[in-house]
Design a protein. Structure first.
Length: 143
């Protein structure tokens, strides 16, 4: 009893076919999942677009999705701006932050500091916001 196929039938056997439809379908589903679950935040809020600061670069891009934002900028000379309005003193900034914290407890302070600004000035703003239990997010350029 010979159970083997004749040699001529073996040579005519078709090669294996891989169906790519399922693979492409899974890749597209993953792409859609990651696009829908990503969060996007404007790099500049409309209030602070007029204040020109040279932002340092960062490779991190994750930012909160929905929030009440309060934009504070520090230019190279150490001048503090809230939105596009220059503030007279650090105490005026603290008073405005206190009012914002009382008005909306989950306010996020979007801090834009020029890379040439004194670190002490930026650190004072961060400490004041933390003392008032405000969340602080540093804004930087992405690479």
């Amino acid at each position: 009893m010979n159970f083997r196929a004749p040699r001529s039938a073996l040579s005519r056997r078709a090669g294996a076919v891989v169906d790519m439809t399922a693979l492409v379908d899974v890749i597209f589903q993953l792409l859609i999942f990651f696009l829908l679950t990503s969060s996007y935040v404007r790099q500049q809020s409309p209030q602070s677009a007029r204040v020109q600061v040279d932002l340092p670069e960062s490779s991190l891009e994750a930012q909160p999705e929905q929030f009440e934002d309060l934009s504070v900028s520090v230019d190279a000379e150490g001048q503090i701006f809230m939105g596009d309005e220059a503030l007279a003193s650090f105490d005026e900034l603290v008073a405005r932050l206190e009012a914002a914290a009382a008005r909306q407890p989950n306010t996020i302070l979007l801090l834009r500091g020029d890379k040439a600004a004194a670190y002490g000035r930026v650190a004072d703003i961060i400490h004041a916001a933390q003392r008032l239990k405000l969340k602080v997010s540093m804004i930087s350029k992405t690479q």
